[in-house]
Design a protein around this ligand. Structure first.
Ligand SMILES: [Zn+2]
Ligand SMILES: [Zn+2]
Ligand SMILES: [Zn+2]
Length: 172
């Protein structure tokens, strides 16, 4: 059992989620960004929507709807599945959270202010998920789409593998 400081292995340009970072600031900054975004776009950031985003932000790990529902219930937000599903729909629709198809689970977006095509790296050992950007327009897929006249509206990029901390443990 080594403490966090014993194994400071800086990962160069690691995406948020896998990199060591000030997580308290990460949670409050992301919530503030989501609030600003909703105010700007006239979206209602209701207490339950805010709570679901907060739950998703606690760990950089994808959570299924039922795990979210359990935490909502613990926090006194009722236990009707539609409550969680409607809040998740709102968050995903407005780019504040993303659905990880591979895990049928959800993760908070780490930069909710921007429109972006996310790509995910999923650790198969601990289910940690890191978000990064994909550039579908500039990829081989984008070239193929242009060549055939196909208009891409949405791409899902989910890479499965081993995160830096699980790789460290495995090598130890
Ligand atoms: Zn964080
Ligand atoms: Zn995102
Ligand atoms: Zn891992």
């Amino acid at each position: 059992m080594t403490s966090e400081s014993d194994k400071k292995m800086p990962v160069p340009d690691a995406p948020l989620g896998f990199a060591h970072h000030d997580h308290t600031a990460c949670v409050s900054d992301t919530l503030a960004a989501a609030e600003a975004r909703c105010a700007q776009d006239g979206l209602r950031f209701t207490p339950v929507r805010r709570k679901v985003l907060e739950i998703l932000l606690q760990e950089h790990r994808a959570l299924g709807a039922y795990a979210i529902l359990d935490r909502l219930r613990e926090d006194g937000f009722g236990s009707q599945p539609p409550v969680a599903y409607r809040a998740l729909d709102f968050l995903v629709l407005n780019g504040l959270a993303h659905k990880i198809e591979r895990l049928n689970a959800f993760i908070a977006c780490t930069h909710p202010g921007q429109t972006h095509a996310p790509a995910f790296m999923i650790c198969r050992m601990c289910d940690a998920v890191a978000e990064t950007h994909s550039a579908p327009g500039r990829s081989a897929l984008g070239d193929a789409a242009r060549a055939t006249g196909f208009r891409i509206e949405r791409t899902v990029v989910e890479a499965e593998g081993v995160c830096p901390s699980c790789a460290l443990k495995a090598d130890a």
